[in-house]
Design a protein around this ligand. Structure first.
Ligand code: FAD
Length: 406
């Protein structure tokens, strides 16, 4: 008999899983508190990289990149959502440059043949816009890039609906009916929804949903993250800007083209977790981060640190917009992809830190395998190889932290 599944949350995670489950014949209902894309999925830098720190995540992200490349054939729509401009990590210290070279070795062994460690002489030839005096070397993967995230969640939801799924918007889950430990139905203002299996795809909201469902309190912190748009000046042509890889300065600040005339910039900062943020808080810009407040802000610091390695940016006329959203961060920056130990028919797919857009296709694959199994499983097969799921288990010890977090 076909399984029935209720998914809570219609961002990249929920929409890709809905499509995948509906394609397999499951009876899928998506409950969304506001509207499709109301959370971080519409506020993301959407960088997609395969340069990760463990073989499991490298393989998982190779799957995601391949999936996004073939998205129109697999899911539908006319647009390929991924722009493969590459990812360029720049290093200025012997220690971090040495670690990067060892990581490239591991990444190649995990099947990412095209990644390269570039000494500064090669960097100078390939990326002449980087000031070679400011760095020791770089790692570069030309098949990494970034996404148009709205294409992903709108097309995936449309495809799921064509396959028979039901979407209920303005339906925040506010209560639960249980039999013993198991959820029987979720309660929303639009009615009660029963299923065999329930999926938490609410990411930064996950701890709150967990309390409503009397589930495990997952260590996921909602942390504010900002992005800024810098207007292009004559020091770089529109074509050159459009062709830039997602570039990470040694400071950790990063940038990528938004379009031919705008550079999108970001830089993680210390942030106080906001357990009870509202939907409106997602777009609340604190003065210390707003480009409108003046030059003593994180906006201008980010521009300055990027301009140290790419001098052409210093000539750009100015920052024209600040946007923000929440990371759902875990202690090791890896997500939870597992059944809840306290609620055996509740699958938690949340806590993506800055990686939920790139994890999306891999998350949906793992989620589908877990739904089919009906219980935790040790591994999934991805691109012909087994990926262990222990790094994503609820109850892991967090010692295998992801090293590359921006
Ligand atoms: C500034 C910024 C930059 C980022 N950069 C990157 C990047 O470069 N690469 C990358 O891969 N990731 C990046 N991320 C992270 C990425 O955007 C997220 O991890 C990803 O979008 C999470 O998708 P999701 O579908 O799991 O959650 P979301 O998109 O947040 O969706 C969760 C949904 O759940 C719904 N919901 C919540 N509670 C309930 C409830 N009780 N009932 C019903 N519905 C509910 C919400 O309305 C929301 O629509 C960035 C994030 C930010 C904010």
């Amino acid at each position: 008999m076909a399984q029935s599944v209720v998914i809570v949350g219609a961002g990249i995670t929920g929409s890709l899983l809905a499509w995948r489950l509906a394609k397999r014949g499951c009876a899928v209902t998506i409950l969304e508190g506001r509207h499709v894309g109301a959370g971080s999925s519409s506020r993301t830098a959407a960088g997609i990289r395969q340069q990760f720190s463990t073989p499991a995540t490298v393989r998982g992200m190779r799957f995601s990149v391949d999936f996004y490349r073939r998205f129109p054939q697999l899911v539908g729509g006319a647009d390929v959502p991924i722009v493969q401009n590459g990812y360029l990590f720049l290093y200025d210290r012997e220690e971090s440059w040495g670690a990067a070279q060892r990581r490239v070795h591991m990444q190649k062994a995990a099947g990412l043949q095209e990644v390269e460690a570039l000494p500064v002489e090669e960097l100078r030839t390939l990326f002449p816009w980087v000031d070679p005096l400011t760095v020791l070397g770089a790692s570069y993967c030309p098949t990494d890039g970034f996404l148009h995230p709205a294409v992903v969640y709108t097309e995936a939801i449309s495809a799921a609906l064509r396959l028979g799924a039901t979407l209920v918007q303005q339906a925040p889950v506010q209560g639960v009916r249980k039999q013993g430990d198991h959820i029987q139905a979720m309660i929303t203002p639009k009615g009660d929804f029963a299923a065999d299996i329930f999926v938490d795809a609410t990411n930064a909201w996950s701890p709150r949903l967990g309390r409503v469902l009397q589930a495990t309190e997952l260590p996921i912190l909602a942390l504010k993250r900002y992005l800024w748009l810098l207007e292009r000046g004559p020091s770089m042509s529109p074509e050159a800007l459009l062709g830039l890889p997602l570039t990470i300065a040694p400071s950790g600040a990063y940038c990528r083209p938004e379009n031919a005339d705008r550079l999108l910039m970001g830089w993680a900062h210390d942030a106080t977790p906001e357990a009870d943020f509202s939907y409106e808080d997602q777009d609340r810009i604190e003065p210390a981060f707003s480009h409108r407040t003046g030059t003593e802000t994180a906006a201008f610091e980010t521009w300055a640190t990027l301009a140290e390695v790419v001098p052409a940016f210093a000539e750009f006329p100015g920052i024209v917009a600040t946007t923000s959203g929440y990371y759902g961060s875990t202690p090791d920056h890896n997500p939870f992809l597992d059944y809840d130990p306290l609620v055996p028919n509740l699958l938690r797919l949340s806590g993506f830190s800055g990686h939920g857009a790139m994890f999306g296709p891999f998350t949906a694959l793992v989620g589908d395998a877990l739904v089919q199994a009906g219980a935790s499983i040790p591994h999934v097969e991805v691109l012909g190889e087994d990926i262990q799921l222990a790094p994503f288990a609820i109850g892991r010890d967090f010692s295998g932290a992801e090293q590359l977090v921006i």
